[in-house]
Design a protein around this ligand. Structure first.
Ligand code: AMP
Length: 416
């Protein structure tokens, strides 16, 4: 046997040609193997190309777009940030900044989160201390740009995270204004669960010859999540929730409501029966939202009642259960909601409460995810499927969904 055959080929992150300070940071974070989006995205971005990464949260997309920047970062005392990440929600901004500070190759390479609802003065102080990377919501970033408290003359690495979501929220004009204030000579990365025409318009205008890495199975939900539904009358939902909690004994449970008011009402009922419950919705002030998120991350809060605005983007690894207390009106939200559990291949349980009038809504969700939900039975709650007129039943039997992990990477370069 020749000696050459004994030399091991590099594995894990070493195979991605990253510099040793970046590899050391990955080691400290205990990331040993790149996830599929990281394995596909990082090498393309390392070449300096513009890249579109089509992937959902929970797939490791944040590290995928952070690592190439960290690899190119040098402690060169340039004024202002060298990289900018735009993200749709405050929670996601905080999360991305935390991930960046965790994976940073040097303490001189700091990430600073910038978002509305937090005092400008605190953000100014943070920026003064030096920010290699700024992560922010478009509104507040623009605010700083117009006050002259931030400039992106040296930001040659720009990331649009959850681009579809940012456009949904109506951030397009802000994003465009910000991009026009960044150097023309830059690398632009875009991450999005979907790439509908509005995202494509952004791509055409602001990206150069991008590679498109598609890791998003069509409308797929994660295979490791056990999904089911229970039929229940509106006025017995609280009772059913308590029964489900009693049976499942969740490690951590996210409970979704459609409206802020409904979330508040449910929380008021729930906290009379269980400890360590909290509620999160867009009307709460940012400081409180941060404290609740931290409490949920630390496991001090076990039951979190939330609306979609804050539900999306929450990345708490130990969420074992997602309960769709109110069935989402938009089927896409179902995918986002249940994607809060089953993170990185962990097991998860998703239960949907369906009132007899919501049969059509349930069918729309099943058609969207291409999967028929199992019927869950709890004594006293007849889980009979709400009857549908024949014309409204799905045309063909849904096929099983494809898991996010292990899926082939579809790549087609220069097609956009
Ligand atoms: P994201 O999709 O970026 O929200 O990441 C989901 C979760 O996976 C986060 O908690 C990350 O810290 C974690 N993560 C990302 N990449 C890896 C990896 N290669 N190994 C282990 N955990 C990871």
């Amino acid at each position: 046997m020749s000696t050459a055959m004994l030399v091991e080929s590099p594995s894990g992150f070493h195979a991605l040609s990253l510099f040793s300070p970046v590899l050391a940071a990955l080691d400290r974070a205990r990331y040993f193997e790149p996830t599929p989006i990281q394995a596909a995205f990082v090498p393309e971005a390392l070449q300096g190309r513009d890249v579109i990464g089509q992937a959902q949260t929970g797939t490791g997309k944040t590290a995928a777009f952070l690592l190439p920047f960290f690899n190119s970062w040098r402690d060169n005392n340039l004024p202002g940030p060298q990289a900018l990440v735009l993200a749709p929600t405050r929670e996601l901004v905080v999360q991305v900044a935390e991930e960046a500070n965790k994976l940073s190759p040097s303490r001189h390479c700091r990430a600073v989160p910038i978002y509305g609802g937090q005092r400008i003065r605190k953000q100014l102080l943070e920026l003064k201390r030096g920010a290699a990377l700024v992560v922010g919501t478009p509104g507040r970033i623009l605010d700083h740009l117009s006050r002259g408290t931030l400039a992106f003359n040296n930001a040659r690495y720009v990331v649009l995270d959850e681009a579809d979501r940012m456009l949904d929220i109506g951030f397009r004009p802000d994003i465009e204004r910000i991009l026009r204030r960044c150097p023309r000579e830059r690398q632009t990365l875009l991450l999005s669960a979907t790439v509908p025409p509005p995202v494509l318009r952004l791509v055409h205008r602001y990206m150069v010859d991008p590679v498109h890495i598609n890791m998003a199975p069509e409308h797929a939900t994660v295979e490791t999540i056990r999904q089911s539904y229970i039929t229940v009358d509106e006025d017995r939902k609280v009772e059913l929730l308590l029964r489900v909690i009693e049976r499942e004994k969740p490690r951590q449970c996210l409970i979704f409501c459609e409206r802020k008011r409904w979330a508040e009402d449910l929380y008021r009922d729930l906290r009379q029966h269980v400890h360590r419950a909290a509620v999160m919705h867009g009307d709460l002030d940012q400081g409180l939202r941060n404290r609740i998120m931290q409490g949920f991350r630390d496991g001090k809060i076990v039951y979190l009642v939330a609306t979609d605005v804050v539900g999306r983007g929450i990345d708490v690894r130990s969420i074992s259960h997602v309960i769709n207390y109110d069935l989402p009106e938009d089927p896409e939200n179902y995918v986002h909601r249940i994607g809060r559990t089953g993170r990185l291949g962990a097991d998860g349980v998703a239960v949907a409460f369906v009132t007899p009038e919501q049969g059509k809504q349930l069918t729309a969700i099943e058609a969207f995810i291409n999967l028929q939900l199992g019927v869950d039975g709890i004594e006293g709650f007849e889980a009979s499927r709400p009857r549908l007129p024949r014309s409204e039943q799905p045309a063909e039997a849904p096929k099983p969904v494809t898991p996010i992990f292990g899926r082939r990477v579809k790549r087609y370069s220069n097609r956009l």
